[in-house]
Design a protein around this ligand. Structure first.
Ligand code: AMP
Length: 216
């Protein structure tokens, strides 16, 4: 089984949902840089103050900040049994830094799972997305409803719409995806790590397919 995994794909492709399924099934440590920034903003830390305007507008937090954060996180003992990086790397600088630092700690990335999704579907998913304020679990107002409206099935926390899940910020996020992040697919293809999956097939199917691949 492959344990050290990078999840890639545009915003709304389903990285967060897949990460939660894989984490539960295989006891992997889920590292979402977006969740880490949102947590820091909620707690009002220095990192949160710095990151807030970038997140609200859909822009990328500078590389040196993001790389430092991931470096610290990957060195923690809970990553020894495997990690799922979700939303990192997003730039070539981050990908190169990850290559170095994962070598340093002897936990090299074993596979990059890339989720393909078309633009119309991304917009539909993002505009209907709701997230649990407590645990970050993702929902959708039509296709992934909670059992009780506005309440998380997993922890009972309140659901909310992310501030950057609006049309304007989404445009900026998709732009960054195309300009800064998509070129990483070539980088990982050359490294022999890239594996593509179609995320239009529904979350359970996708999970089954990715699981079968990871277990090979
Ligand atoms: P996400 O939850 O992955 O959609 O990330 C939400 C926001 O957090 C992004 O739009 C960026 O502002 C910031 N962010 C998350 N991950 C990164 C990263 N690897 N590099 C720079 N900014 C990031």
């Amino acid at each position: 089984m492959l344990h050290n995994i990078v999840l890639m794909g545009p915003p709304g492709a389903g990285k967060g949902t897949l990460a939660k399924q894989l984490k539960t099934a295989y006891n992997l440590t889920h590292i979402s840089t977006g969740d880490m920034f949102r947590e820091a903003i909620k707690e009002g830390t220095e990192l949160g103050k710095l990151a807030k305007s970038y997140l609200d507008s859909g822009n990328l937090v500078p590389d040196e900040v993001t790389i430092g954060l991931v470096k610290e996180r990957l060195a923690k003992p809970d990553c020894e049994s495997g990690f799922l990086l979700d939303g990192f790397p997003r730039t070539l600088g981050q990908a190169k830094a990850l290559k170095e630092l994962s070598k340093e700690i002897n936990r090299p990335v074993e596979v990059v799972v890339n989720l393909d999704c078309d633009n119309d579907e991304l917009v539909r998913r993002i505009s209907g997305r709701r997230v649990c304020k407590n645990c970050g679990a993702p929902y959708h107002i039509e296709s992934m409803k909670p059992k009780v409206e506005g309440v998380c099935d997993l922890c009972g926390g309140p659901l909310y719409q992310r501030k950057d899940d609006n049309e304007e910020a989404l445009k900026v996020r998709l732009h960054h995806y195309v300009v800064d992040t998509k070129p990483l697919l070539d980088f990982y293809e050359e490294e022999g790590l890239l594996k593509n999956f179609n995320s239009l097939q529904g979350s359970q199917h996708l999970f089954d397919e990715v699981s079968a691949f990871l277990k090979k």
